[in-house]
Write a protein that binds this ligand. Structure first.
Ligand code: NAD
Length: 552
């Protein structure tokens, strides 16, 4: 068995290939980029509890070696983070096919997954961790920014100025919330158990001040809110304990949400009533008791969130499945507050809009700036997208290979993909560009407590859609394609798919881009139209999508 290298893994930059072609190089660089931006690269953990880039270091090095020698007409097969086969295919086939954490539905539980993981047979791929398309904290920034902007429009006259939000977790994605609240003009208290995570968010500038005392945090937050100053406070503590403490003292908040890693009651969520060191010790010595204590803590937390809703706060779940954990553990009112997709994002999904992203494989910041300009030239009249790209360009630190994310819809993605390919072809950019998206997208996920919560026709748990999405992207020539179980919300609670498509300036790439970047968001419109949403049916007609049952 090989072990973690001594120095952190960094993605290669520049024009030199380490592999036999840019499609292989794309997988190679983005796999390493995942570790470059990872929360805990030594353990191969990219984000979201134990979301990993590869099964173990031995598998990682084998994947790298295989990519270095992979031909243009071969496909590497990765099963739960381990390279298992290479097959002769053809130039239109993906260079890598990945399946992570998939279990036969009846056995698809965290307990069974833990047994298999302990035997070294599986890995938790999260969403973008095991599918090699993570771009660091930015990956969720726009979605979170949009969520709070929509909420501000719906409830607070268009701004969070003067409003105080409390949220849990300051990890890779949870640590983004305070930043997005600041961008929307509000004040936040982010409660986090792990001082190292707090220090990282402070370094990134996502939180501005660190406090240990809940009373002081509240006092400081209120002062800023009164002055209309946007500021993010990190409060060291356990979210459940802190929230219950505030509740007992009758402290009101405008918004209450949470993004601790509650989808994983063993490796993610930390039980209350003990120090972090005690919790980590218990995790090692007595995992069953740890899980029990974590579940009790989640119940107390969700009960407090429901009580905050009853007292008038805007309370929502931000996609970590904490309601389900509390429900499973006996708290039957856990779903009293809504999930964020149902509350804020679904109309976008109906139009095929979602978190599209592009990554400059050259590693040059100048490539990113040129592509941003091109995006603004093309989509300057798309107010939400254009505002976001300008804001991100100014405020979002570059993590790993330079990348940008923006919500683009059907038609826009393929158009932009062609523009990027032309820019590579003409030599305007220093290197090729990879395009991808979160699995949290319009047509690529079935997740009844998150993306498909409360579907109009009750089809929340129907998982045919993400599988069809992956099959279609494979058929259309994606550079690599992945299917996963459990991302975001935990094993057994979601099925989802991801893809990466390369713009390397070739004609072949252009044809693949055209197909993949239409099919991918297009299936989102189809999925929502099929569920009965008028917005999606209109979008399908407007874009001339062929849906036999709509034509009938
Ligand atoms: P992460 O593991 O990097 O961070 C989670 C943080 O929560 C950690 O820093 C951890 O120390 C802290 N934490 C755990 N229990 C706590 C407690 N009881 N009190 C205070 N802090 C606690 O994970 P992440 O990438 O930030 O993701 C967080 C959650 O959000 C996961 O469940 C993930 O699946 C989900 N997620 C949601 C979306 C979305 O779009 N809504 C996107 C990505 C991830």
């Amino acid at each position: 068995m090989r072990h973690a290298p001594n120095a952190p893994v960094l993605a290669p930059r520049g024009p030199e290939l380490n592999t036999k072609g840019w499609p292989q190089e794309t997988a190679y660089r983005l796999l390493m980029n995942n570790l470059e931006v990872a929360e805990d690269w030594k353990r191969l953990i990219v984000y979201g509890g134990r979301g990993k880039a590869a099964r173990d270091w031995d598998s990682y090095f084998r994947i790298v070696e295989m990519l270095e020698t992979l031909e243009d007409d071969e496909t590497l097969v990765v099963q739960s983070g381990k390279p298992v086969a290479i097959w002769p295919t053809h130039e239109w086939a993906p260079r890598v096919l990945i399946s992570n954490s998939m279990l036969v539905p009846h056995w698809s539980t965290l307990e069974h997954f833990n047994e298999l993981e302990a035997k070294g047979l599986m890995v938790y791929g999260q969403m973008t961790a095991g599918s090699w398309c993570n771009i660091g904290s930015q990956g969720i920034v726009q979605g979170t920014y949009e969520t709070f902007a929509t909420l501000a429009k719906m409830k607070f006259g268009g701004t969070l100025k003067g409003r105080v939000t409390i949220t849990g977790g300051l990890g890779m994605f949870s640590g983004i919330m305070p930043h997005c609240i600041t961008l929307n003009g509000g004040v936040s208290i982010g409660v986090e158990v792990d001082p190292e995570r707090i220090a990282r968010r402070l370094d990134l500038g996502f939180v501005h001040e660190v406090l240990d005392d809940p009373d002081l945090a509240l006092q400081r937050a209120r002062e800023c809110a009164k002055r209309g100053e946007a500021r993010a406070f990190a409060l060291h503590g356990n979210m459940s304990d802190v929230l219950n403490g505030y509740l007992e003292n009758g402290v009101p908040f405008d918004i209450v949400t949470d993004q601790t890693s509650a989808h994983d009651m063993l490796e993610g969520y930390v039980p209350g009533g003990m120090t972090l060191a005690e919790a980590l010790d218990l995790r090692q010595t007595d995992p069953a008791t740890y899980i029990e204590r974590a579940r009790d803590t989640a119940v107390r937390q969700v009960r407090a969130m429901v009580e905050y809703q009853r007292r008038g706060a805007m309370v929502f779940d931000y996609g970590n499945n904490i309601r389900q954990e509390a429900y499973n553990h006996g708290y039957k009112d856990a779903f009293a507050f809504p999930g964020f997709v149902e509350a804020f994002i679904r109309p976008l999904f109906c139009e095929g809009r979602g978190p599209f992203r592009w990554i400059c494989l050259s590693g040059e910041e100048s490539d990113l700036r040129k592509t941003e300009e091109a995006a603004l030239d093309e989509f300057g009249d798309d107010e939400v997208f254009a505002n976001w790209v300008r804001l991100a360009s100014e405020h979002q630190p570059i993590e790993g290979l330079p990348a940008r994310l923006g919500y683009l819809g059907y038609g826009q993605r393929a158009r932009f993909g062609r523009i990027l390919n032309d820019m590579v072809r003409s030599g305007d950019l220093a290197g090729p560009v990879a395009m991808s998206r979160d699995h949290l997208d319009t047509g690529s996920v079935a997740s009844p407590n998150r993306e498909t919560e409360g579907m109009m026709d009750g089809s929340d748990a129907v998982a045919d859609w993400p599988i069809l999405n992956a099959l279609l992207n494979t058929a259309c020539g994606a550079t690599y394609v992945a299917v996963h179980n459990g991302g975001g919300v935990g094993i057994g609670y979601a099925t989802h798919a991801g893809l990466v498509v390369l713009a390397d300036g070739t004609d072949l790439a252009e044809r693949k881009i055209e197909r993949c970047l239409n099919v991918d968001p297009g299936m989102g419109i189809v999925r929502h139209a099929d569920a009965g949403y008028d917005l999606a049916k209109d979008a399908a007609r407007r874009h001339g999508l062929r849906m036999p049952m709509l034509e009938a």
